[in-house]
Each structure stands twice: as C-alpha cells, then as structure tokens.
Design a binder for this molecule. Structure first.
Ligand SMILES: NC(=O)c1ccc[n+]([C@@H]2O[C@H](COP(=O)([O-])OP(=O)(O)OC[C@H]3O[C@@H](n4cnc5c(N)ncnc54)[C@H](O)[C@@H]3O)[C@@H](O)[C@H]2O)c1
Length: 317
C-alpha cells in the first residue's frame, strides 16, 4: 500500500545530509533531535545547524551531548546548539522535557533508539525497545503537540528502520508475556510502531499543519550495533541472505532524516516512509527494501495510538 502520489527527489543513497540541506535557510526555526549526541543524530543536528536552525540535542548522556554540541558549534559556526536531558524509557524524564519546553517547535526529529538491548523491560513493565523507540517518542510528540501546532508548518521525523520488516506490532503480546523473548522481533515491532505513528499523527494533526513521515536511514556503523553478536549475524544470514549490508557513512545516514525534516519537495506530504532519500515502494519478498503493508495500515495505526495514549496518560494529560 502506498499513500498518494510517490514523492521523487534528486537525492540518492550516496547523498549526504549537508548536500540535502544546501540552499535551505532554517534561521529562526527551532529543532529538537533526540539521540543527538551520537551517530546519525549528530550528523542530522549538524546539517540542521549549518542551515541556521536553533538546535536542541535531547540526550540521555549529558556529557556526550555537550561534546557533540561543542563539536557541531565548532564546525558550523552556529552557536545556537544546546543540550537538554531526555531519557525516553523514563516517563518522568519525558514529562520534564515537555514541561521545560517553551514556545514553538518547528522540527522534531525522533531519532534516538536502541537495538536488541539485553535489558528486557522498563520498571513500568513495558518491553524496553517498544518503550524507548516508540512510547517515549509518542509521549514526547504528543506532549509537544501545542508547541508544534504553534509553529504553523511543523514537521516530525520518525526514524524507523528496514528492520520493521521483521515484525508487525503484535497487539496481543507487545511485551512478550506469551512468547519467548526475541530481541530482534522486539526491535522490528518498535520500528513498525515508528511508521504507524507517522500514519496516525499525520491524519490527526494535518489541520494543525504538522507533517509526520517515517524513514529508514540505511545501514550505518554506530554504537547501535553494540549488542549484535556473531550468533545474531549467523541467524540473519540463515533467515535472509548476507548479513553484511552495504554501509553508509553517518553523514549519508542522516540525509533522509534531513530531507524529511526540511525539503520543500515534501510540502503537504505526510504519513509516508522514505529510504535512500526517496519515498519507498511496497516491500517485495526476498528484499530488504520497501515498506510492509502492516506498517501503513490505518486501522493498526489507530489502534496503536489509542494503546499508546492509555499507556502514557499521566505524561500527557
Ligand atoms: N545505524 C543503523 O544502521 C540504523 C539502521 C536503521 C535504523 N537506525 C535508527 O537510527 C536511529 C539512530 O541510531 P544510530 O545508528 O545513530 O545509533 P546510536 O546508538 O549512535 O544513536 C542512538 C541514540 O539514541 C540514544 N538513546 C538510546 N536510548 C535512549 C533513551 N532511553 N533515551 C534517550 N536517548 C536514548 C543513545 O544515547 C544514542 O545517542 C535509531 O532510531 C536507530 O534505530 C539505525
């Protein structure tokens, strides 16, 4: 299922975030990048800062964020790069971030994520990757909704993954209480949730002028892979062919996020999934590209939204 006329851009898998943002002026625009202290997040923040935006790095590790901010300021000459604490797995931390935000927010990049973490549950009992990658970002975006609406023309970038192809959202067992815990299925489920969020938020918030799209950044060597074992790689080879993807640099990995955050080619476009700087087509079996039908399904998107609202009511009320 593809929604609307596919968007086509002049950029490719090899394009960098700085190439994508060239010629775009973000002066006066306020941006939040979650996980902006490392990996793709740093390069996303750097490109947006280089275009003149005021950028907040929302990070779990403040020292890492401070280092990244200083480095971005040094390379871009834009000193309006700041750091704020945010732990997406901790509802109180998300609520505090929202409470401290003042004024409009033009671009929210929901970039932070964890993959195949050995830590299985949050203290609230949620599966850790679903809680971090989806629920935390859901609470953040819904909490910041007034600020996004006030920006008149805001965008939300939902950084998903081709790993969404590993699992739909399993509504009757999100927390792996009735099946053996499989961290990769959990990661896939959380990344499908990132796409379903874009589908439903676009529908709900279109009248507020808020565009929400999801994307796969490509395969980039970052700290994200720290829990990938040789056993995991062997299993992946057995399941779906070569386990070694063609790697992008972090600068290339940030390009699709920056495109979705800023490109005028996406004006009026929401609820879609991009990869390699293009709108993705439907997934074809035997490949690792495209978007699964279940990730764009409006009914699932609606169901996930309701479930997420209930799970975070104390945060967003
Ligand atoms: N690297 C890849 O190959 C790849 C592929 C597909 C999708 N992605 C997605 O790209 C995004 C960025 O990943 P990356 O590759 O830059 O990895 P990374 O590990 O460098 O960055 C992830 C960031 O998320 C932060 N984070 C983790 N848990 C958090 C929490 N509870 N609260 C706040 N922040 C938290 C980390 O501190 C880190 O800064 C992730 O959403 C990931 O799923 C990456």
């Amino acid at each position: 299922m593809t929604i609307g006329t596919p968007v086509s851009t002049p950029f490719t898998a090899a394009s960098t975030a700085l190439e994508v943002v060239a010629g775009i002026d973000l002066t006066g625009r306020r941006v939040v990048v979650t996980g902006g202290g490392s990996g793709i997040g740093v390069e996303t923040a750097r490109a947006l800062a280089s275009a003149g935006a005021d950028v907040t790095l929302a990070v779990r590790k403040p020292e890492q964020g401070d280092r990244a901010a200083a480095e971005i300021i040094g390379t871009t000459g834009n000193d309006r790069v700041t750091v704020a604490p945010l732990d997406l797995a901790d509802p109180a931390s998300v609520a505090a971030f929202v409470a401290n935000w003042d004024g409009p927010l033009h671009i929210l990049v929901n970039n932070a994520g964890m993959m195949a973490s050995p830590e299985m549950r949050t203290p609230q009992g949620w599966e850790m990757q679903f809680a971090t990658n989806h629920l935390g970002h859901f609470a953040l975006a819904t909490g910041l909704h007034p600020a996004l609406a006030a920006a008149q023309g805001a965008r939300i970038v939902s950084v998903s993954s081709a790993a969404h192809l590993r699992s739909p959202v399993v509504f009757d067992d999100i927390n792996f209480e009735r099946r053996v815990y499989e961290p990769w299925a959990a990661y896939g489920q959380s990344k499908t949730a990132n796409i379903l969020f874009a589908v439903e938020a676009s529908r709900r918030w279109a009248d507020d002028g808020i565009l929400v799209n999801a994307l796969h950044p490509g395969a980039i060597r970052t700290n994200l892979q720290r829990y990938v074992t040789e056993d995991d790689l062997a299993r992946m080879r057995a399941q779906s062919g070569p386990a070694t993807p063609s790697w992008k640099t972090p600068e290339q990995g940030a390009a699709t996020s920056v495109l979705v955050a800023t490109s005028p080619l996406l004006d009026g476009v929401g609820g879609r999934y991009f990869e390699d700087c293009q709108q993705a087509g439907p997934h074809q079996p035997g490949t690792r590209t495209g978007v699964a039908d279940y990730a764009l399904d409006p009914e699932s998107a609606h169901r996930l939204w309701n479930l997420s609202t209930q799970s975070t009511t104390p945060l967003t009320s």
